[in-house]
Design a protein around this ligand. Structure first.
Ligand SMILES: [Zn+2]
Ligand SMILES: [Zn+2]
Ligand SMILES: [Zn+2]
Length: 243
């Protein structure tokens, strides 16, 4: 396995700021840990619904919310509760399998690493491509109905967590979402797209999916896809394929 430093730290993006009066990020005043999500007065849940996310995964509860750490909407504060196994998979290199069944919609992990600006990524990309390093994850978000997507890049080349080993699949088991926890800077979080059996590989689409996130390994575009899915498109998508 390539050398890297293990961290569970989720990156900070100091260049993403938000206005003080941004209600979507202000936090809810739910009084108990199990009220969020079920209570119709939870403003974090309301913001998710207004954003068209009935599964309440785009805006997470955070430190400015009145609920307590056990709240189910505090995705980005949770540690992965699912046993995950790093497995060497022959030609595909390293991958990750589920150590137990994972139910559909369950949070699996955030992608840890260093935040990259667009300019920094452009500067690093030639060296990463030359070394066939593909640990930069990009998520695209659309605000205000159309317009250009805002992209968030997290680089796990030097430090990261188990999520850096998730492989691409044309029929992925995970969905990537950009989750906001009181900040314009999102955490990049993976959720199970469907029930995943113990021993199944955890994969996501590097080219993004319908869930609002868009992922991409560095390089890509010309490398053969080895996912083995029935409808495999034959090559790895690249960042520019992300919606
Ligand atoms: Zn909450
Ligand atoms: Zn709440
Ligand atoms: Zn909240």
């Amino acid at each position: 396995m390539p050398r890297f430093r293990y961290t569970t730290g989720v990156q900070a993006f100091p260049w993403f700021s938000h206005p003080d009066d941004c209600d979507a990020l202000a936090g809810c005043d739910c009084g108990s840990a199990d009220a969020c999500g079920t209570s119709t007065s939870c403003t974090c849940a309301q913001t998710n619904r207004a954003a068209g996310d009935p599964l309440l995964r785009t805006f997470a509860c955070h430190g400015d919310c009145a609920c307590r750490p056990g709240c189910a909407l505090r995705w980005t504060e949770q540690r992965c509760r699912v046993p995950l196994r790093g497995v060497h998979m022959g030609r595909k290199g390293w991958g990750v399998t589920a150590g137990a069944r994972i139910g559909a919609g369950v949070f699996v992990a955030c992608y840890a690493g260093d935040a990259l600006s667009d300019a920094r990524l452009v500067a690093l990309r030639p060296a990463y491509d030359a070394a066939a390093l593909s640990y930069v994850l990009t998520a695209a978000e659309h605000f205000g109905g159309g317009g250009a997507a805002r992209r968030t890049h997290v680089d796990a080349t030097r430090r990261g967590n188990v999520a850096r080993l998730f492989n691409h699949s044309c029929a992925p088991t995970l969905e990537l979402r950009a989750v906001h926890a009181g900040s314009m800077a999102p955490a990049l979080a993976f959720f199970a797209r469907r029930d995943v059996r113990a021993g199944e590989e955890l994969t996501f689409s590097y080219g993004g999916d319908g869930g609002g996130g868009g992922g991409a390994g560095g390089g890509g575009g010309t490398r053969a896809c080895l996912c083995g899915a029935e409808h495999c498109v034959g090559r790895l998508p690249c960042a520019s394929d992300a919606p």
